[in-house]
Design a binder for this molecule. Structure first.
Ligand code: AVI
Length: 321
């Protein structure tokens, strides 16, 4: 008999069922991020191969003065929203600089994880006591509605880390349109876009020597094993990364090393893998200027300014409606 548990009804269960019974198989990268996945992603951001973090850090540091002048001042208050704030490490560069200036702002980090928000709030109180922080817990979708209803101050929305790159172009444009819908005249979006570069540099960033990205990718299988009573054997899968320099799309796969059957008791499901059959788990899109300007135009946004690091490995764009 089909199990009728809350597990099966959960979105995670439904999407795992859908993705693993499709051909070719796929799973969504949004499911990487449980407690272990969050920690592995922190480890990824600290890896030498994962150049994105340092590049964006350098951009924020170099252009903080110019950003301050776009965002506001003592007479022009603003709220700095950050989607998917995490540990706020990069944002603290701006917060520190702004809090040392006569600027009237509050910081509104948004994250799905209440834990992440609480530790961010504590660290801000401790390191930057002058910064007023008002966290918002929820998914991007829920919180966009909240943001849209807040009209008292100018809004500046940060979306850092090239998180937009985990969406295909049509979804990314839809997302930009949703952001645009919460902006009023004068509000801004400041967003990070990892740029096309030597393909080997990109492959190395997503296939590090220490195997942290492999563990991150396979964490989705561990999660299925734990939450949906699966019996995936992790060593029977390869972490495989490809990069297409024409489209700028990096793709992560899990590849079955041998024919095998996997049971997911929580979904009452048995899945067969042929040897070398794949599960597509993530895209990490790389951009060039032309594509970012095209996406902004499609979403009805204007590019007000753009900032890059010295090697042009990464760019942050300032959009207005
Ligand atoms: C969160 N996101 C922007 C990261 C990226 O670069 O696509 C996630 C990641 N996947 C593997 N390494 C990092």
């Amino acid at each position: 008999m089909q199990k009728d548990t809350s597990t099966q009804k959960s979105t995670f269960g439904k999407e795992v069922h859908e993705g693993l019974t499709a051909y070719p198989k796929y799973l969504s990268s949004k499911y990487f991020y449980d407690e272990t996945g969050d920690q592995l992603f922190q480890d990824i951001m600290a890896m030498p191969e994962y150049y994105l973090t340092n590049a964006e850090y350098a951009i924020l540091d170099e252009h903080k003065e110019s950003l301050a002048s776009y965002f506001g001042d003592a007479k022009n208050p603003f709220s700095l929203y950050e989607l998917g704030a995490g540990d706020g490490k990069k944002t603290k560069i701006l917060l520190r600089y702004f809090s040392e200036k006569p600027m009237d702002f509050d910081y509104r980090p948004i994250d799905i994880s209440q834990n992440a928000l609480e530790s961010l709030e504590q660290s801000i109180h401790h390191e930057l006591p002058k910064v007023v922080i008002n966290p918002i817990q929820g998914t991007y979708f829920e919180t966009l509605t909240t943001i849209g209803q807040e009209t008292a101050r100018k809004k500046v929305i940060l979306f850092l880390g090239s998180n937009i790159g985990n969406l295909l172009h049509p979804q990314a444009i839809e997302f930009l349109k949703k952001l645009k819908a919460v902006l009023r005249e004068g509000d801004l979006i400041f967003m990070g876009f990892d740029q096309k570069k030597h393909p080997q540099t990109i492959l190395n960033a997503y296939n590090d020597a220490a195997g942290i990205t492999e563990a991150f990718n396979k964490n989705i299988l561990t999660r299925i094993n734990r939450e949906l009573e699966g019996d995936f054997k992790l060593d029977k899968f390869l972490h495989w990364e490809v990069y297409d320099p024409e489209t700028g799309t990096a793709k992560s796969f899990l590849v079955a090393k041998e024919p095998q059957q996997v049971s997911i008791a929580g979904l009452n499901l048995k899945i067969t893998f042929d040897a070398w059959e794949t599960i597509h788990t993530e895209i990490s899109q790389k951009y060039d200027d032309r594509v970012v300007h095209w996406m902004a135009k499609e979403a009805g946004l204007q590019v007000l300014d753009q900032f890059s690091d010295q090697n042009k490995t990464y760019q942050n764009y300032l959009f207005k409606r």
